[in-house]
Design a protein around this ligand. Structure first.
Ligand code: HEM
Length: 526
């Protein structure tokens, strides 16, 4: 017999003492939980605050806040935030749009990958209006764009993957700049914005679409269309006639070009765009829809790059010391590394050359100040917008959300003196490395949006800005003459033109800058 085994009585008494200690533990836990609940619900920041954003109706019926917002989104949203907090719903052109001006909530919104919040519907609505896309199968067309076309171009345009088209961009840019150099004896006045369009548009377009694309024939219509996008989106036929005609001419060019695929002229169509046409055809879209979808991509690939190039050069021209520093860097790089050959600045060669920290800082500073003010998404289901350091808000199905990227880019807390263009802002303290890329990858800069719908051409865009500005400043000494609209009286003082925020993407300058160009002696077109 095992003498050490406990008697039934002792087992019973141990169980009783065990269970009483469990009672004590459980009641201690539950009373501390209760205490915690009391504390949590009495301290405002710990309350699970679920609320609807305050509503601002604006003064004008139907338009609501549309005018105030599009006149100056920076000042308007700063006023709203100060008065009503970081999340506000505003009536705008017949819709309720919720504006998010809190960094953590913006990140939470952009990174939301659930079905509750998507960009496709609201983006497609804009595309359909601007490009007059008529399709019976809207869902199928949207799926084609966001599930097939954009992933396809994303692969081709990712970092390190656009070497061939990048090399073509630099070669075409060089050719276009030499053409400009040869035409300088003509006495016509030159305008910065026009030159950027005449040179960068063909270089970017031919390298992306292939040599068969009628890029030179499209520059003028692209300009009219690009300026008229806000009118086209408004949907009022009377005021949008001129940009609508320009768009239809662009569509006609695009149709002619599409027909070349799989014919003997096919070689002039780039691999990436040939792939796009095949994908669209596989979805049984008409030629007209194919052309309009590809025109939408042409627009995305050019409008923001052209405008940011303009803004960057405007700031450099306004500040002689900034221009001198960038030019010194440009000359040293092109003379030293590329032996004066601007067409040799391919993406990999530029990467190997070790960068141009001052110019890169100028580019990121431009993007901070000018790139697209907002990123739009639509709630497809009710959901809660929340983040650890911010109050939570319920968002209803069907509501549009705008991440106000400027509430980060123009925030004193993140960027000191944010309304001033500071050439050195993205230089490291040693003045060497470029901090822009780091800030971009950390999400401190939202110049290309974020999450699933982040800009698919972001690496190409930075490359385009870099090689245009480098090639232009290496080829010419540039001097501003005055600011105004081509053909009208100029103001002789050099200033930064004001911005028109009514379009999609980077704001358009309301005026151009007249310039004098003097070829730098060292560059020859031979
Ligand atoms: C400085 C130049 C550029 C800027 C500032 C810019 C900015 C942006 C922004 C803010 C978005 C919206 C992102 C969002 O909603 O979260 C976007 C989308 C897009 N961009 Fe860019 N972009 C530029 C150049 C380009 C270029 C060169 C291309 C093509 C070659 C391109 C192709 C696209 C496409 C296809 C989308 C739609 C992405 C999607 O919805 O999934 N962009 N861009």
């Amino acid at each position: 017999m095992n003498t050490s085994s406990p008697s039934p009585m002792s087992t019973l008494s141990m169980t009783a003492s065990e269970s009483s200690s469990w009672v004590i533990v459980i009641s201690a836990i539950s009373s501390s939980l209760f205490l915690w609940y009391l504390i949590a619900t009495s301290i405002p920041s710990l309350k699970p605050a679920l609320q609807r954003p305050p509503l601002v109706k604006g003064f004008i019926p139907w338009l609501g806040c549309a005018l105030s917002f599009s006149q100056n989104p920076i000042a308007f949203t700063q006023r709203l935030t100060r008065r009503l907090g970081p999340v506000v719903t505003m009536f705008t052109a017949g819709r309720k749009i919720t504006l998010i001006c809190h960094r953590d909530l913006i990140h939470s919104m952009l990174r939301n990958t659930s079905k509750a919040l998507i960009a496709d519907t609201v983006h497609f609505e804009l595309l359909s209006k601007a490009f007059n896309i008529h399709t019976h199968d809207r869902v199928g067309t949207r799926d084609l764009i966001y599930k097939h076309l954009y992933p396809h171009v994303d692969r081709y345009l990712s970092k390190g993957n656009f070497e061939t088209s990048g090399a073509e961009t630099s070669a075409i840019l060089a050719k276009e700049l030499f053409k400009l150099q040869a035409s300088l004896s003509e006495t016509r006045p030159l305008y910065l914005g026009q030159i950027i369009e005449d040179v960068l548009f063909p270089a970017a377009t031919l390298s992306l679409y292939g040599s068969a694309y009628p890029a030179h024939e499209s520059v003028h219509d692209f300009h009219i269309f690009d300026e008229g996008v806000p009118l086209l989106v408004s949907g009022i036929p009377l005021i949008s006639r001129t940009p609508a005609k320009a768009r239809e001419r662009l569509v006609a060019h695009m149709c002619t070009w599409i027909r070349k695929l799989d014919t003997p002229e096919d070689a002039g169509i780039s691999e990436v765009m040939g792939g796009c046409i095949r994908l669209i055809r596989a979805h049984q879209m008409t030629e007209d829809t194919t052309a309009r979808l590809l025109l939408a991509f042409l627009f995305a690939a050019n409008t923001n790059s052209l405008r940011n190039t303009f803004w960057c050069l405007s700031h450099l021209l306004q500040d002689a010391e900034a221009l001198r520093r960038v030019k010194k860097e440009v000359d040293a790089l092109v003379d030293g590394r590329f032996k004066g050959d601007i067409s040799a600045m391919t993406p990999s060669a530029l990467e190997e050359a070790g960068g141009m920290p001052v110019l890169e800082s100028a580019i990121f500073e431009t993007l901070r100040m000018y790139s697209t003010p907002v990123s739009a998404r639509r709630a497809e289901e009710d959901f809660v917008l929340s983040s650890r350091n911010a109050p939570s808000f319920t968002i209803r199905k069907g509501e549009d959300l705008l991440a106000n990227n400027y509430s980060i880019h123009y925030n004193e807390g993140y960027f000191q003196d944010p309304h001033r263009f500071q050439l050195d802002r993205f230089l490291s303290s040693e003045g060497e490395s470029d901090e822009g890329e780091t800030k971009l990858s950390q999400g401190a800069l939202l110049v290309f949006g974020g999450g699933h719908n982040i800009c698919k051409g972001r690496f190409v865009a930075i490359y385009q800005l870099k090689i245009f500005i480098t090639s232009f400043l290496y080829t010419f000494d540039v001097e501003p003459v005055g600011v105004g609209l081509p053909g009208r009286k100029l103001s002789s003082e050099m200033r930064i033109p004001s911005r028109d925020f009514t379009g999609i993407g980077t704001a358009r300058p309301t005026e151009d800058i007249q310039i004098h160009l003097r070829p730098c002696q060292k560059v020859s077109s031979s």
